[in-house]
Write a protein that binds this ligand. Structure first.
Ligand SMILES: [Zn+2]
Length: 301
């Protein structure tokens, strides 16, 4: 067989009418790279154009082969998902659809952390992102005879959207199979993340197509795992501060005994995400301002 008939491994067909193009941006944060999806239901939609990368841009255009594209959808505005949207939009003359700019959908607590200059969880944000059309929760988009529905799923970012197509969910970075989602304040919010997981649990899906990694074939099991994983961590944190007020770093050093030193800042941010959530729920309180440095007291044991 000539090589031109062999499928290129950066292009897969995870479901009927759906093509996945893998962007060449592998890293510890992006796994094998960003998945850009094209839905072809007679009419075309693109989900997550990906990073600004010439080769990836060319691969997307090659797959579209001159056909009109009705929508460019964004699950969220991290720099591995959204920067190529503008270039693609200009080339294809297709509007960009997203929930809003990078600070859209954030809680007042997170907005005040940003206002006060808390930046440590803000890397990877695409501050330029500006959709042409602001998607509302549950908004429906017609693609030929079928419908794509938007489900606002804040948590990984405030502007995170999942897109439902039949019983398939394009789950972005909210639910992935290879790793638990990063939830990093101030743009990531654990209270919202848990609520979004529970919202998806009330719906029925056959398959999740995530922003990174392989299709998730057991969606409800995976959601249960993610929720329980977070609840386990929460129990561990509450146990640690039962008798002594501690701050995020002190808790991290007690809980994460087996990780490399270089991962301590990320782990501290994860603990901080939990503390903000516990504070929102009235389970703990910060001694002073909400910050990684402030010690927290457990109010309900
Ligand atoms: Zn992301």
């Amino acid at each position: 067989m000539s090589s031109k008939y062999v499928a290129r491994k950066n292009i897969t067909k995870p479901a009927k009418n759906i093509i996945c193009i893998l962007a060449p941006n592998p890293s510890p944060m992006t796994f094998k790279g960003t998945n850009t999806y094209i839905i072809d239901d007679g009419e075309l939609a693109i989900i997550d154009p990906g990073p600004s990368n010439k080769e990836h841009f060319g691969n997307i255009l090659e797959k579209i082969s001159g056909r009109p594209v009705k929508y460019i959808f964004l699950t969220h505005s991290h720099i591995d998902h959204s920067p190529l949207a503008d270039k693609l939009s200009a080339e294809l003359n297709t509007p960009i659809y997203g929930y809003g700019p990078s600070d859209a959908g954030l809680s007042s607590t997170m907005l005040s952390l940003i206002k006060n200059g808390y930046k440590s969880g803000a890397e990877g944000i695409d501050y330029q992102f500006k959709p042409d059309h602001l998607i509302k929760n549950n908004e429906r988009f017609k693609l030929n005879d079928t419908v794509i529905s938007a489900i606002h799923t804040p948590g990984h970012m405030g502007n995170h959207i999942c897109f439902q197509y039949d019983k398939i969910l394009f789950s972005g970075d909210h639910v992935m199979g290879w790793a638990t989602s990063m939830v990093s304040p101030p743009y990531g919010d654990l209270t919202q993340f848990m609520a979004s997981c529970r919202l998806l649990q009330t719906k029925e899906f056959d398959l999740f197509l995530p922003g990174h990694g392989d299709p998730v074939k057991n969606p409800s099991e995976r959601l249960n795992f993610l929720i329980n994983h977070r609840l386990d961590r929460e129990r561990q944190i509450k146990e640690t501060i039962k008798n002594t007020p501690l701050n995020s770093l002190e808790i991290t050093e007690i809980i994460y005994t087996e990780i490399d030193n270089s991962l301590i800042p990320a782990a501290t941010r994860n603990v901080f995400a939990h503390l903000i959530d516990l504070n929102e729920r009235g389970i703990i309180e910060f001694d002073g301002e909400i910050s990684e440095r402030s010690k927290v007291n457990l109010l309900h044991k």
